[in-house]
Design a protein around this ligand. Structure first.
Ligand SMILES: *Cc1c(COP(=O)(O)O)cnc(C)c1O
Length: 391
């Protein structure tokens, strides 16, 4: 037998904060092992299947031998054309599919790689807090520094751009923002985006807008694309995911659109790291982007019923919560004097309900928990009933 080598993870891996959802997963496993009838409201993973017409297109595409070879790095032009057509139809934004659109292996992949394309050691990446944990981790992996922009209720969960220190601004190169927002469910309006674009232009910062929830909205109030605002394409890009809109989280397909230098930079990293998306999945993606609005309305109606049921239930229990205009999350204030983690533990141990503690998304999330509307109405009613017995 040879000598066993010592395998040490890299410093960047050792320094990682524990991935929030991995901790939640362990709590969940323990409860399930104990036989708890768990109501899992912790993770934003759509519970309904992918619509049939998308699966049917995949079934046909998978038989085409042309798709069995390496895909193109930037994505099939037909997929990027479908993206451009969708943008025109949905947002009235014109995109050149050749230079202003890039396919991604899920938007998480693109977000994760973005800092590698633009950040030098010591450069700052501005990230919302609470926020999607991938933004700061991606910045750190690229050797960048992270500056957290607190999202506070008193500012309608929009970052206070004027509060970013001058020293940070000088070295800031990228900013991640995300509306409709995960985890707070807040939306951003035209005024904010205008301010953001001016800010980016003045300080030479690339804006990366994560629009994963642009199609999960309520009461027919459609969220804006950042690219609808004049000047946006000069300063940034927008990330989209097919995961949430079309119940396709497992398929791994998304895209980035906007500023062509930003798109090309990200494309360059990808060319050297991955070899694109299975083309049969891109064909299914084209089918998804052409989905009849009626199918999407049904999905939205389903979430709306869940939202209304849960919102009303939580109000009756005396909890403080805003009614979300978009996303499938409820951002709920913990009862007075109880921390996010304590409230999460109480709900798990006493009510068999799994949620996500707000501080897991960043310190300013302390005092909140996030519920995902990814279980049927019947289970939401049951969750409210169980909560009524323990709070
Ligand atoms: C779900 C989610 C994503 C990732 O989506 P994929 O396309 O499945 O990688 C990105 N950003 C936010 C805020 C999300 O909640």
């Amino acid at each position: 037998m040879g000598k066993k080598i010592s395998i040490e993870p890299a410093k960047r891996v050792k320094d990682l904060p524990p991935y929030l959802f991995a901790i939640i997963d362990r709590m969940k496993e323990k409860a399930v092992a104990k036989g708890v009838d768990l109501i899992d409201l912790s993770i934003g993973d759509p519970d309904m299947p992918t619509p049939k017409h998308i699966i049917e297109r995949m079934r046909k595409a998978v038989k085409n031998p042309a798709h069995h070879q390496y895909p193109s790095y930037v994505g099939m032009l037909s997929f990027r054309q479908a993206v451009a057509d969708w943008y025109k139809k949905r947002f009235n934004v014109s995109l050149n599919p050749g230079t202003e659109a890039l396919s991604l292996i899920g938007s998480k992949e693109g977000i994760g790689h973005m800092p590698l394309a633009f950040i030098n050691p010591g450069d700052y990446v501005l990230v919302p807090s609470p926020g999607y944990p991938v933004y700061p981790v991606a910045a750190l992996f690229a050797g960048g520094k992270v500056h957290e922009m607190p999202l506070l209720e008193k500012n309608n969960y929009l970052p206070d751009l004027g509060a970013i220190p001058k020293g940070v601004l000088k070295k800031a190169k990228l900013m991640f923002i995300n509306y409709p927002n995960n985890p707070t469910a807040a939306c951003a309006g035209r005024t904010f985006y205008k301010e953001l674009i001016n800010f980016a232009a003045k300080n030479n910062i690339i804006i990366c807008h994560d629009a994963a929830y642009s199609e999960i909205y309520y009461d027919n109030e459609k969220p804006l694309s950042f690219l609808q605002i004049p000047g946006a394409k000069e300063v940034g890009i927008e990330f989209h995911s097919l995961s949430k809109t079309y119940n396709m989280a497992g398929w791994r397909i998304g895209f980035a659109v906007g500023n062509k230098e930003a798109v090309a930079g990200l494309g360059k990293i990808k060319t050297n790291l991955d070899s694109g998306i299975f083309q049969a999945i891109q064909e299914a993606g084209i089918e998804a982007l052409n989905t009849d609005d009626k199918v999407l309305e049904k999905i939205r109606d389903m979430y709306q019923e869940r939202r209304d049921t849960f919102y009303e239930g939580l109000k009756k229990l005396g909890l403080e919560v805003n009614k979300p205009k978009a996303t499938f999350y409820l951002w709920v204030k913990c009862p007075k004097g109880i921390s996010s983690m304590d409230f999460t533990t109480l709900l798990l141990n006493k009510a068999g309900i799994l949620t996500t503690p707000g501080n897991g998304f960043g310190a300013p999330g302390e005092g909140y928990i996030r519920f995902a509307l990814t279980v049927p109405v019947k289970r939401i009613k049951e969750a409210v009933e169980r909560m009524g017995k323990v709070i």
